[in-house]
Design a protein around this ligand. Structure first.
Ligand code: LLP
Length: 385
């Protein structure tokens, strides 16, 4: 089965563009709220980095999620879309002064701090603004995730977070700073994780760390476990909604929350991945010596994931019902990595046919570039048609 697209309306629009199916998005958000809502103290934030399209942000904000930001620009985008500052968390290894100042001015909920030098600057800037900055420390839990090496973040060798052995020292340091209030711990082990065992390993590690902190009489109010839940790139039609039940149940079962503790999540891909498709037009069918190419008008500048991570996106010819043929689907960019799929079976393609690259709602539009002086792709939602 192919997705449901308003194909007639698509004909009038300049390709390539992103199409966001808001029925899928709303259903996803409903499932998140239902499944997280079953557990006391669970609070879900949306990782804005996955997709900051203003209309998409607005729908997510209306569903009541908080926002997880990694830059001043994302804080601005989140606030503009309506997220209350009190629901914004801000992470990142390299926060610049203006970004910290912005977070302080807006009164965001929490800075997820990744080093002592950063903590010192936050304290200094907070003092100048006469504010108290609430902070969580991002701890590197040294837990691997079974995912692509470029998107695993929780290993000792990664640049992220504070080493476990330094945890107490950092918390004690924070206690001495007048303009810092320690809230808790932050983690994130990687992205596109489908094996619940990886999240279990994180829970086990957090349980150990909590015991260790309690032995030092350190109270933790908040635990933030980051994001990382993956989506089914192979079956965007059959499994448009990720398995939030297993995900939240894993944390509820394995992580020993203390009385009154809040558990925060920062989900990106799982919220927006499946609602999005990159819609592109077939320019030429070219017969090579060994294979045939479908050359489309979208390139790696519009969706870089296949070139950057060898990521798979299901490709469908949404204009044709003719028998399937095999193509290398490639873009127009002057790079040999500008390939969306090799030996892909799609319905026989002709010039002008619309091709959908599915599951492209996360890390698609937001990672687009203007390389080759190309225009950035636009994003449309269902209600635009
Ligand atoms: N929290 C933190 C601290 C993160 O670094 C990330 C993602 C998230 C939450 C959200 O993770 P998610 O739920 O989306 O897995 N561009 C790559 C993915 C990079 C993810 C970076 N961090 C891709 O296209 O696969």
């Amino acid at each position: 089965m192919k997705g449901t697209f308003p194909i007639d309306k698509f004909q009038e629009i300049q390709t390539p563009f992103y199409y966001y199916d808001t029925n899928v998005l709303r259903q996803t958000l409903k499932t998140i709220n239902e499944e997280a809502g079953k557990h006391e103290g669970f609070e879900v934030h949306y990782a804005v980095k996955a997709n900051a399209n203003p209309k998409v942000l607005n729908i997510i904000c209306q569903a009541g999620l908080g926002a997880d930001c990694v830059s001043g620009g994302e804080i601005q985008a989140a606030i503009k879309a309506g997220f209350p500052a009190s629901k914004i968390v801000y992470a990142g290894v390299g926060k610049s002064d203006w970004e910290i100042n912005l977070g302080l001015e807006k009164g965001i909920f929490c800075f997820n701090v990744e080093s002592i030098p950063e903590l010192e600057i936050i304290n200094e800037l907070a003092e100048k603004q006469n504010k108290i900055a609430q902070v969580c420390f991002r701890i590197n839990p040294d837990v691997g995730a079974h995912t692509h090496a470029n998107i695993t973040t929780g290993l000792a060798e990664n640049k992220f977070g504070i080493a476990m052995r330094d945890m107490e020292a950092v918390i004690e340091e924070a206690a001495k700073m007048k303009n810092i209030q320690f809230l808790g711990l932050h983690f994130h082990i990687g992205s596109q994780i489908l094996d619940m065992g990886d999240f279990e390993a994180l829970c086990n590690r957090i349980n150990e760390l909590q015991n260790q902190l309690e032995a030092h009489h350190i109270v933790v109010k908040n635990i933030n476990v980051g994001g990382g839940l993956g989506i089914d790139y192979n079956h965007p039609n059959r499994q448009p909604i990720p398995n939030f039940k297993d995900y939240f149940d894993t944390y509820a079962k394995k992580l020993k929350l203390r009385d009154g503790q809040k558990l925060h999540f920062e989900l990106g891909r799982a919220v927006v991945g499946q609602m999005g498709s990159l819609i592109t037009k077939t320019l030429y069918i070219k017969q090579g010596t060994a294979k045939q190419f479908a050359i489309v008008d979208a390139g790696m500048t519009d969706l870089i994931r296949p070139a950057l991570y060898q990521a798979y996106h299901k490709i469908e010819n949404i204009s044709s019902d003719e028998p399937v043929e095999t193509y290398d689907v490639v873009g127009p960019i002057c790079e040999s990595s500008d390939v969306f799929g090799k030996a892909v079976d799609i319905n026989k393609a002709h010039r002008g046919d619309l091709i959908a690259l599915r599951s492209a709602g996360a890390y698609g539009e937001i990672m687009a570039s203007q390389y080759n002086c190309r225009q950035l792709p636009k994003g449309y939602i269902t209600e635009d048609f």
